[in-house]
Design a protein. Structure first.
Lengths: 195, 195, 195, 195
DNA sequence: AACTAAGCGAGACGGTACGTCAAGTCTTAGG
DNA sequence: CCTAAGACTTGACGTACCGTCTCGCTTAGTT
């Protein structure tokens, strides 16, 4: 007498190649057309995949985008602030880089699309905060720089400082404020206090 | 020498009642269902209006929403900070009020919908900044309070301070950060400097 | 006791120029685009006339077309059979002329449009019969030619003979039968009997 | 050397049930409301089918009607002439039956709608001729009856004789001529020659 | 001459249907 | 049993015209 058979596991297993093809197609379409104007059918066609294969593994367009984000397929990776030891200079350089990205059409589309996706999907919202303000990047840097700027005192609200910095950039993206010289420095000054 | 006659204007004139009915229907649907899930057909039906009448005067869903915003039909008007003379207390109360609004489901839908609309439509983006950070509300208040907080020095970047404040709130809305006691105070502290 | 006064008749009187402009625009559009694809708005625009002016005087698209027909603005006037005294030759020439008209694209559109209009509007139906088979043209000619063809006997059903002739042409127009040499002669032979 | 593989054909196949539901709905609406006043949306609703499913397979309203016609869903099948051996009696009975059908409101709608459809769509035009004057019905009968009527001589234009007969009926339908006793006999006499 | 009525151009309005797009579900066949 | 293909229902899109309804002229009779 044999033990009950375990649930027989036959047939092919999920194809990693297919998964990647879908995510890459999503990323391409996302960058090219923005979050709205993404279509499942377009992604399926570009990935040479059946629609059902997408629906089987992701529940919605935004889940797809969220996974792209997690995989780092949407944002250029150069977006971490440099680390020269001078927190003000580092943040200023970083803000400036982001504002520069924002000044290019495809960068603008990209950032605003991520914002739109975040507005629609809670997961993406949570992820964007982690990915932009994650402890390894900004909050941690601020904590490590106590004493080097007026606002960086022991017990300062580092989380919130980080949020104001990123928030100011998000607001810029939304409001389409024209870029002006010194913007990055002024934003950093607003967060760290006067130089 | 006479001026050229303006093109003779005959025929019925645009109906203000219809215009208002459409905007009100838009505002109701916007609050009830969010920016995506707005449909022109739904608005037309609720306003008891032909679709063409909407398309005649507005080119897109977002233009409709933008006009609603300008007319003040989307945001509760209580959203201006109080003015007791104590800038820190005033801003804290205001931030707290906004976070409270954000904690209610319909308030959250409303704010995130506005963000989504702004991400899609440049006009709305510009308007949201004016309406949230307009000189009469926050920037002006900061300038009028020079000397009462560490960051409010002569020559401080008041515009950017205002942006960081509003941006932090926008980021909160996007990231769905759970609300915690003292949030408002910490955000204001991040902007104004330590108490 | 006097009769009630008739409704006082003041104001400008119906403009004949406007009436003609509308009918001409109708005829042009009818020939150019066919009966379906006629639009009141298109006619109004082409005639530089308000829509209401059309609706004031005609109740429907088909009434408009019917009046065009009555005014002879739709059919080329050359469509009466010649009269050389030889009924068979005359009818054959006439049928041939109509089939020739039918072989040109605009002639085909025209005839089929009239058929479509007749199918929709009783007035037009009646008119088409009068205008194509009116006593002055075919029935009369048949009656006047008694004895010159096998079927033209005293007491023959001249009305019906005329109908079969015209009907065969209508059927040709509907069925898009390709034209072949001798068609006209055969049709006439079918109606008049063998030569 | 092998032939190129044909494009692999997978996926669900066209649903015959859906096709029939659409054609039946079309036939019902056609009979009930006439050719104009047919709407794709109405058919889709009655067939409980998406509009897109109709547009996927038929390019136009008239293509739909043409297919109905081919499937024999529009015309009552009793419309073939009887066959007693007496061609004059048979045709007279048939014409009489058609004129009777034409005297009922729904029969009139039906016939005129088919004419309207034929005027708009070439396929329908061709089909109506085949279906009304197909060789198995009238032309063949005439040929088989050579010698039994004045016009039925060897070498007579049987095609055209058939056309004049059917054409006369079509013209009747278009012209709304009131029906009178003896009409059928006179029409047949016009075609076959005097009795 | 002032005072009515139309007639008329223009065009806003509530609707209906159009033909298209994409969504998400379901079905078939190949591997 | 995963997958590509794609048929299916649903629902919204934006457009074209419909027929009705004001508007603000202009014009032709009264009074």
């Amino acid at each position: 007498m044999t033990a009950a058979a375990p649930p027989r596991r036959t047939g092919p297993v999920r194809s990693e190649g297919v998964r990647l093809a879908i995510l890459e197609a999503t990323a391409r379409q996302f960058a090219a057309r923005g979050y709205d104007h993404l279509t499942i059918e377009g992604i399926a066609a570009e990935a040479a995949v059946g629609k059902q294969t997408i629906y089987r593994w992701w529940g919605s367009k935004s889940a797809l985008v969220a996974e792209c984000l997690v995989e780092g397929m949407l944002l250029p990776h150069r977006l971490a602030p440099p680390d020269t030891g001078d927190i003000r200079a580092d943040l200023t350089a970083w803000v400036d880089a982001v504002l520069t990205l924002l000044a290019e059409p495809q960068g603008e589309t990209l950032l605003r699309s991520i914002i739109a996706a975040a507005a629609e999907n809670a997961d993406i919202g949570r992820r964007i905060r982690e990915s932009l303000a994650g402890s390894e990047s900004i909050v941690g840097r601020l904590e490590a720089s106590i004493g080097t700027a007026p606002n960086l005192t022991p017990g300062a609200p580092f989380e919130e400082l980080s949020e104001t910095l990123v928030g100011a950039i998000v607001l810029r993206a939304l409001s389409r404020a024209p870029r002006e010289p010194g913007d990055a420095a002024r934003i950093v000054a607003a967060v760290l206090g006067p130089a």
